[in-house]
Design a protein around this ligand. Sequence first.
Ligand SMILES: Nc1nc2c(c(=O)[nH]1)N[C@H]1C(S)=C(S)[C@@H](COP(=O)(O)OP(=O)(O)OC[C@H]3O[C@@H](n4cnc5c(=O)[nH]c(N)nc54)[C@H](O)[C@@H]3O)O[C@H]1N2
Ligand SMILES: Nc1nc2c(c(=O)[nH]1)N[C@H]1C(S)=C(S)[C@@H](COP(=O)(O)OP(=O)(O)OC[C@H]3O[C@@H](n4cnc5c(=O)[nH]c(N)nc54)[C@H](O)[C@@H]3O)O[C@H]1N2
Ligand SMILES: [Mo]
Length: 767
Amino acid sequence: MEKRLTASHWGTYYLSVDQGKIIAVEPHEMDPDPSAIGQSFVDGIQHACRVKRPAVRKSYLEKGPGAATDKRGAEPFVEVEWDTAFELVAKELDRVRTDFGNQSIFAGSYGWASAGRFHHAPSQIHRFMNSIGGYTKSVNTYSYAASEVILPHVVGTMDWLLSQHTSWPVLEKHCQLMVMFGGVALKNGQINAGGVGRHSAREGLLACKKAGTRFVNFSPIREDVDDALDAQHHQLVPNSDVAIMLALAYHLYDGGRHDQEFLNKYCVGFDQFKPYLLGKTDGQAKDANWAERISGVEASVIRDLAEEMASKRTMITASWSLQRADHGEQTHWMAIVLAAMLGQIGLPGGGFGLGYAGVNGVGHQFRNFTWASLDQGVNNVRDFIPVARISDLLLNPGGRFSYNGQCYTYPDTKVVYWAGGNPFHHHQDLNRLLKAWQKPDSIIVHEQTWNALSRHADIVLPATMTAERNDIVCAKRDDDIFALKQVVEPVGEAKNDYDIFCGIARAIGVLDRFSEGRDEMDWLKVFHAKNRQRAASFGIDMPDFDSFWEAGEYSLPVGKELVLLEDFRNDPEGHKLRTPSGLIEIYSKTVASFNLESCQGHPMWLEPKEWLRSSCAKKFPLHLISNQPATRLHSQLDHGKTSQENKVSGREAMTMHPDDALERNLEVGDVVRVFNDRGATLAGLLISTAVQPGVVQLPTGAWYDPVEPGVIGSLDKAGNPNVLTRDEGSSELGQGPTAHSTLVDVEKYLGPVPEVTVYTPPEMISR
Ligand SMILES: Nc1nc2c(c(=O)[nH]1)N[C@H]1C(S)=C(S)[C@@H](COP(=O)(O)OP(=O)(O)OC[C@H]3O[C@@H](n4cnc5c(=O)[nH]c(N)nc54)[C@H](O)[C@@H]3O)O[C@H]1N2
Ligand SMILES: Nc1nc2c(c(=O)[nH]1)N[C@H]1C(S)=C(S)[C@@H](COP(=O)(O)OP(=O)(O)OC[C@H]3O[C@@H](n4cnc5c(=O)[nH]c(N)nc54)[C@H](O)[C@@H]3O)O[C@H]1N2
Ligand SMILES: [Mo]
């Protein structure tokens, strides 16, 4: 029996292999807090639900592009030879780019794919599409689109901010009070995009606790903060954070406890914001009594907290979830304004933090060193969509949309091509997506499993998983980098995305442009050479490729402790921010000039369309929190054991407060129907006081499994919350996803309970 290294977005492990079968998983010894998600490798990699051969939807194979698109998701597939598949894809891409232009190919292909710098499917697909003239892309992320668009107007790009967040050891030494909105959920810190050497968030938080940091959290779910931190927990009406932050700001100002000097020296626009805060513009002071009416948080709690914040070194943290909501732009902007009024931005242990423990990297003390990735070439197509506008794109060709102060047009999409992401996982309002999904002539995907995405495609090309190929794994800026040698043979006839694209590129006649004549190992050597060169520029001598490959891993010397915006604080002239003023913009002239109702010149309280205080709460009285799942990454490895062992009554668990359960006569283990006007899904019930009354928690990631495949509005059997969520942009500015502004109701499911069938492949006609 052999043990071999593998690595993933949730950590680094050894796989034990016996006669080609994976039989055990052990975490890497360097990891102090390994994630249990890795155990899903035992059954997840060589699972029956893997796509084994190229497959084409029956009508599509018989009649070609555009055939019976309303049968997507319902028809059997026919297995074909790889060469047939390459020819089919090449012919269709050629037809569409010749007859309609490359903008008719949508290959935004958003998604996390797998860890591994070379076999990163989105990089591969974008490089390939660029080698045939380009594609319509998507911009921003589902994670924090609203903030990605607003924050460059306020302080700087999200990526830049996240790369210099104050590190845990600094918080341990200096932070006296951590005021958290949306918690710091360690379930989320299991993950880091690109890979994890050491999970450091738990250690970091526990060290703060030991050193005396006090934690206060505003969240609908108590478990967003680990019990060991002994945080003071405040429930709030979901989506009301901005009102609480405004009231904290009001009482800082009212008590003369704000830092006027900081506002004068480092910020612009407090004078435009102040009249709103004090109620001079709208007759409503944003005081604690006002905030109590909105958020349900007692006014005295807010007033006392404002005083305490001003008297201590205070870190204000906001989770990314806050901005995946209606008017999500306001939340992080207001958190920054509140921190600016406290005047501790740039001081160790003070200021603000966005997404601590949201992923392992935030607060991790890494060196700002970016590892090599695949060159994607140049995209000749200018068209794009804000990432969460995928259904709008397909439903409204030629339609107009507003984004970051400008107007754009949706192109007419003929081909949708996806590799490394799963819109049937990530997108909101899946019934609307299903309708949109009928529009294009062709849907082509590379997938590892027969999940909802591959089931709803025309051409499915089987892709390998990480353990089936050689790669270099490291998060963009982590200090640990791993050499991954192939552990097992690919399942069936699965190929690497790279080799799939090489096959199609050859059929189109662009192989050299795409591959530059290199194979997998050649590319890894190119990456390593770049990494070595970069390391050298930091004065670090990395081993040569052969030594690295032989050793299997390498760690950079530990980076220096970071304090967010310390340079700016020490020297605002020398370290100007990349905002128009070079300073923190409490009021943004640029944003104000866009004249948008949904995002104005300074942060403000804007009521969400769908929340517990809106009229639709009469019909759907529960706020749905479809947060990130503890037992997997999104939809990945939902079929694996760590995820499956936590299902309740055969489907995803939904958690509800005992009072809400009692009112509906529900018991633990009941199969419940969760529903609203957009759709319905079945979940297995858990009951807990960790979830506040009026809120239900149904994590994302269960594979969409309709009772009637292909039928819009069909009941989902597996517990996918995205049949319920709203598909509307956060505002005309950011157009971010707003899953966290969704209302539902819940009832006991009385019919015969349908079995979940999505983990066995669909009907297949052999070639
Ligand atoms: N309701 C609700 N919805 C949400 C969210 C929420 O909070 N609530 N959160 C959103 C957020 S923040 C995000 S980031 C998205 C995540 O959405 P996604 O990133 O799209 O979700 P994943 O399940 O990680 O999808 C990755 C897909 O790529 C496939 N894959 C993995 N490796 C490879 C590979 O090497 N090659 C190929 N070809 N395929 C591969 C996997 O099988 C899987 O289907 O979801 C969003 N959706
Ligand atoms: N295990 C695991 N970890 C993950 C992921 C995963 O799929 N699995 N996905 C990763 C990805 S892609 C991302 S983007 C990050 C996302 O990180 P987050 O955005 O932080 O993730 P969520 O789990 O959606 O939300 C965290 C908590 O916010 C709270 N919350 C929701 N709405 C509100 C609100 O209006 N106000 C307040 N105060 N609290 C609210 C909920 O109680 C929820 O549990 O997680 C990453 N980490
Ligand atoms: Mo995300």
